[in-house]
Write a protein that binds this ligand. Structure first.
Ligand code: C2O
Length: 563
């Protein structure tokens, strides 16, 4: 029993559903969550699932006999590989033209972190600082990985498919076949990718017989490292990929707020990038949830809400590297193909490094969720011995305990708290002309709305004031981006986000598997209101500015909460 990932009665129904899909090309029942109002989104998991959860718990063994969950908890558990299906475009009902299911194995073991002696630790270097010998070693490892047979789970193609399978709504949610498994745009974003890179790195190390081998990170939060690192643009190198935006090759600095309309003037991009990083790493993220993303458990519809880095710099760079000449922004610009570009792993190593940096900046404030639904969530990967292993979120918290760490580099964004452009004690004069916006509203143009600041509860002065943009309805197949400004006087806030009025943004990496999702974001307001000197006002003027795909974005509501 212990070797079965999920001894559940759901397995027959899974295969039944896949069969139905094979026969009719139709997906199984699609839940009607999309019609629920914004209130309900916040309350997932849904009540009707309670009985089913209790039933699952009573079967026992699901979480190990010694680790009983409270009845309300059902963390995401590792998918059953036999339920992997090619997937369907939920909009067109057509089967997808990619199949990224991993080789099947039913021998799965619980992964134990190996004990690493200090001198065996892997030190991940900044990609723009490494020497020739390091590059040669990395090239050799990737060449060997690319030379493995296609059906070897450690081959480069299979490694790329791991991302596709977990991100393209390929698996059913274990325990709820009416929902799909998606580890993006929710609180599993950081831990899942950390495991993914972990095994990728171990496989490469094994191929070159170097247990200290560590992948390089693309240090795009530092002006010195913002361009695509040189090792990735050498044509005939195994690190090269031709499916990239040819106008974004070095020395062009990466644009961490990229949208199709943005300019590439480095004089604008570099300071804007640093402001963005300050927002994602400091200003917007007093609460753990705002950094990691929203809660996602069995029964939650995919994409409940991305954290600051995921929806910001991370997504921007996927779109910025992806090739506009390819049909779906391949490779980097689409979830199914992104990990076919070797630069993906260095992009995500930097995302992962930022997680470690953020934890280091927290001091005595919480660094992670205490929620068992997060800590006990599990995924499966093939390790460097091609063994299928089950891993848990709770084992990812400290990079050093996983046997790796990052080269120390400067954090030039840390002191980049932006200045107000329109600092004043009264609400912006523009507010006078703002009529009532009726939500939901389509973002095909700039939307302005006056938002009431509820009274803070006594004794809760420590809580962050959060601007919540909820019911963000988008088609997952589209690249979209919008930005949020507070008390801004411009009719159409331009490219300058190096200012306190810029509160943050939302953007998403397109999936091949298109469907509608409803997401939300929360933006910390405390510093922003201080900077604008409007802490005593009872309303703020919020401006939502579409930057890409506005006609495909609907906003359900805007409100202020304390948490
Ligand atoms: Cu799994 Cu950057 O995406």
């Amino acid at each position: 029993m212990a070797s079965l990932p999920l001894p559940l009665p759901t397995i027959p129904s899974h295969s039944h559903l896949s069969l139905r899909r094979k026969l009719t090309g139709k997906p199984p029942h699609i839940p009607s969550r999309l019609t629920c109002n914004a209130e309900n989104i916040e309350k997932t998991p849904q009540h009707p699932k309670l009985d089913r959860r209790n039933l699952l718990l009573n079967i026992g063994g699901l979480y190990g006999a010694t680790n009983l969950m409270p009845a309300s908890a059902t963390p995401i558990s590792s998918p059953d590989l036999s339920t992997c299906s090619q997937g369907t475009n939920l909009n067109t009902q057509q089967p997808l033209d990619v199949n990224c299911c991993p080789p099947f194995s039913d021998k799965i073991i619980d992964y134990k972190l190996p004990h690493t002696h200090h001198h065996h630790r892997r030190l991940r270097p900044a990609a723009h600082l490494v020497d020739k010998a390091y590059i040669a070693k990395y090239e050799k490892a990737i060449a060997l990985m690319k030379a493995l047979p296609d059906d070897d789970p450690r081959s480069f193609m299979q490694q790329a498919n791991v991302h596709c399978a977990y991100c393209n709504l390929t698996y059913d949610q274990p325990g709820d076949e009416s929902e799909k498994l998606q580890i993006h745009n929710c609180w599993h974003f950081f831990p899942w990718h950390r495991w993914y890179l972990y095994f990728y790195e171990r496989i490469l190390g094994k191929l070159i017989d170097d247990p200290t081998f560590a992948i390089p990170f693309w240090n795009w939060d530092n002006p010195d490292g913002m361009a695509i690192p040189a090792m990735f643009v050498k044509e005939n190198s195994p690190l090269y990929d031709e499916r990239r935006d040819q106008t974004h090759l070095p020395p062009t600095p990466a644009d961490l707020l990229f949208s199709s309309t943005s300019k590439t003037d480095p004089n604008i991009i570099i300071p804007t990038n640093l402001t963005e990083m300050y927002g994602e790493m400091v200003r917007n993220v007093s609460n753990v949830e705002d950094f990691y993303g929203a809660k996602y458990v069995v029964g939650t519809a995919p994409d409940p809400g991305p954290g600051s880095v995921e929806r910001g710099s991370h997504t921007a760079l996927h779109a910025w590297v992806g090739d506009p000449r390819s049909p779906a922004g391949e490779d980097m610009g689409n979830f199914y193909s992104t990990a076919r570009d070797p630069i993906f792993y260095s992009h995500h190593a930097n995302v992962d490094r930022l997680w470690s940096v953020w934890r280091g900046l927290r001091g005595h404030r919480p660094k992670e969720f205490e929620d068992k639904d997060w800590l006990e969530a599990s995924f499966v990967f093939y390790d460097e011995n091609a063994q299928l292993v089950r891993v848990k979120v709770k084992d990812t918290l400290e990079d050093k305990e996983m046997g790796f760490s990052y080269q120390k580099v400067d954090l030039p964004w840390l002191e980049k708290r932006p200045k107000a452009r329109w600092r004043r004690s009264k609400i912006a004069s523009k507010a006078v002309g703002v009529s009532n916006v009726v939500f939901p509203v389509k973002l095909d143009k700039v939307v302005r709305v006056l938002v009431e600041r509820p009274k803070r509860k006594k004794g809760k002065e420590e809580e962050e004031e959060l601007l919540v943009i909820e019911g963000i309805e988008v088609d997952t197949a589209k690249f979209v981006r919008f930005e949020v400004f507070v008390n801004d006087e411009d009719d159409e806030p331009g490219e300058v986000r190096e200012r306190a009025e810029y509160a943050g943004g939302y953007s998403q990496v397109p999936h091949k598997n298109s469907t509608k999702v409803r997401s939300k974001i929360r933006l910390g307001l405390r510093e922003l209101l201080e900077d604008l000197d409007v802490e005593d006002d009872d309303k703020i003027l919020v401006t939502l500015v579409p930057r890409a795909g506005g006609e495909d974005i609907t906003i359900g509501g805007v409100k202020i909460i304390y948490a």
